[in-house]
Every structure is written in C-alpha cells, then in structure tokens.
Design a protein around this ligand. Sequence first.
Ligand code: GLA
Length: 393
Amino acid sequence: MLSTKSAADRAESVAACFREKFAADPQLWARAPGRVDLMGSHTDYNLGFVLTLPIGPDTWIAARRRDDGVVCVHSMNLDASDEFRLDAIESVSASRWCNYVRGVAAILQNEGLALTGCDAIIHSTVPVAAGLSSSAALECALATVFSGFGGWSLAPERKALLCQKAENEFVGVKCGILDQFSSCLGRAGCALLLDCRDLSTRAVRIAPDIRAVVCNTMSPRRLSGGEYAQRRAECEQGAAALGVSALRDVTPEMLAARRHELQEPVARRCAFIVAESARAESLAAALQAGDRTAVAHLCAESFAGARDLYEICSPAMAAMMEAMRAAPGVIGARQAGAGFGGCMVALVDAASTDAFGAAVGDTYHRATQVRPEVYPVEAAPGAELFDIEEITK
Ligand code: GLA
C-alpha cells in the first residue's frame, strides 16, 4: 500500500510517475500535513478554541514549471488528471478534487499574486473523507507550489486564509479555519492551541509519555454538506438569540442563566460548543502537564457532548469508542473532525501504543466485522517546500 512506503520509496514512485506522465523530472517538491483535532469539535466557525495536531500523513506535490499558462495535475491516489488554463479557470461539476486545485489557483490570482503554469503529480497519505483534512493538505501544498514558482511567499496565516477562501467560495464548502490553519502552521513536536477569533496559535508540548493515536472507523464520513451547514446555522441562531456575534462570546455561566431562552435543538448545540471550547484550553494544559485524570475526564465529556448534544456520532463511532475505552493504555478517547463517521482519536500511554492498537483492532473487528486502521501520529511541520535530495540520499 502506498501509505506504508518509506519516504525514499515514496519519493521514487512519485518521481517515476512524473517522468511517465510528463517525460521530464520535477523541479520542485512541496508537502502539507493532515491534522487530527484533539479537542474543539465545531468550535472553529463559532470563533472558539481548538487544540489541533498537524500529523505525519501528508500530501506531496512534485511539479515542473510551464510557460504556457496551463496547469496539468495528476493524482496518483485517484489515478485521475485535470488540466486548465490560468486565464480561464472554471469549476467542474463532475469531480470535486479538481475544484480544490482550480479554486486555489483562482483565489491566489484574484489576490493579485502572479501564477505560472505547471505540471504536477499529487500523492497523499492522508485518507480521503476520513476527517483528517485531506482537502486542506491538498490546498496548502498546492499554494506552496505556486508560491515556489511565483517567487513570492505568503505568511502561513495568510496562506491558510486564502486556501480556506478557495474551499468556501470556489468549492462551496463552508468550512471553518481549523483545517487550513493546522496544515500551514504546524511545528514539529507541538500541538497547536488555535484561537479562531484572533487567529493566534500557541504551541503545546504534549508530555512525552502520552501519544495521540488515530483510530479510523473505515466508515466514510458522510459529511453531508447538509448536516454540517445545519449545525452551523443552529449555532448562528443561538448566537443571535443570545445577542452576541458568535458563541465564543458566551461563557458557561451566561449560558446556564439564559439557556431557557433558547429552543431545542439550538440550546443543546450551544451547550456543547460553549463547553467544548473551554475544554480545548483545559486539554492543552492537561496534556502539557501530563495530567491523565484531567485528560480522561475532558475526553469523556467531549464525546458525550458530541453524541447527546451536538449529535454528530454514528453507530461506527459508538463501536469504536467502546473499543478504545476498553483497550490497554488508553487515557482518553473522543471523536475527531466533523464527526458522522471517519476517524476518532485516543490519547494513550506511550509505552502501551502497540497493545492499544492491537486490542482496538480486534474489538472493533469483532463488533463490526470491519478492520480499522489504528496508528500513532506525531506532530508534523506545516506546509513547505522540501529538498528531495535530503529524503532520497
Ligand atoms: C471540518 C471543517 C472544519 C471544522 C471541523 C469540525 O473538518 O472543515 O472547519 O469545522 O469539521 O471541528
């Protein structure tokens, strides 16, 4: 499987694909990571806090400049290609991944940034539709390629905002800023506490004896622009009823005093977001201090809220939660991404990571007849150009 290849093998297969498609060698390589959120489900579009971990699984793009204003990309994962002219970028209805590529190009150009055409091969180890931000990794890697050829650079915050704009306006998905910020601002060895109002980030060093483990239910996230947009609208209704511009402005005390003014399900949604944003800050402190009791408690509250208040859990997620909870070495476990299937995340005693993975695999398989993918993840750096010689030597 491509995703288990070593970096050198991966580089070789991407370069070989490039030569086969374009009869030349790539001149430039970019990468951008996926992410798993450790706390803060759906808090980003409410301008609250998220604790996020940019992770090792990432998207690579190998590219070569063209001087005719044409962009020609090929995805190794999908075995599909797309070609368009930079002076006539239109969205395509048939395949969504093309719109991520076209959208980034269109939005960067609209900002007045000079783009050159290119041939490019895309290869990703971020699973698609699993809640680990494969689309943001693609967008941010591609923006990095264009900046490499264009001779300009963007601050990581601005790059993230432009990629989000591409997804919001060109692809038509009204996501928050979490995914693109995680992919652009990652730092090796650190989780990030992101304040989605002022867009500041704080690096959080997780205690060395605690490891984050991704547990993929293998049940594709049914995201459902519909459910996501509905949650977003309910939060906006709640904020309007409470007379604030975003739920970020609502404290737990204020909500307790005024919850009766809200109708259901808006009241439940608001209760989740207000508590979840506070938990993101608390989990940052607990993980840094290695406070396992607090980690366990915060994760349990987060999952219960996602299930009962925000209602983003699926049967596969419930089965995975049971498996994670029962496995040796588990400290805390909860949902990740938007919910509705996809990946979940556990915080595990570092020395028990293998035993945890084996037990989760068996229990989940017994309950669902599906083999999950379970793997520890390390904090990875954000979107960047990289030197392929360093990897292959
Ligand atoms: C998706 C969106 C993010 C965020 C999460 C839920 O990943 O793209 O902006 O809202 O869901 O936290």
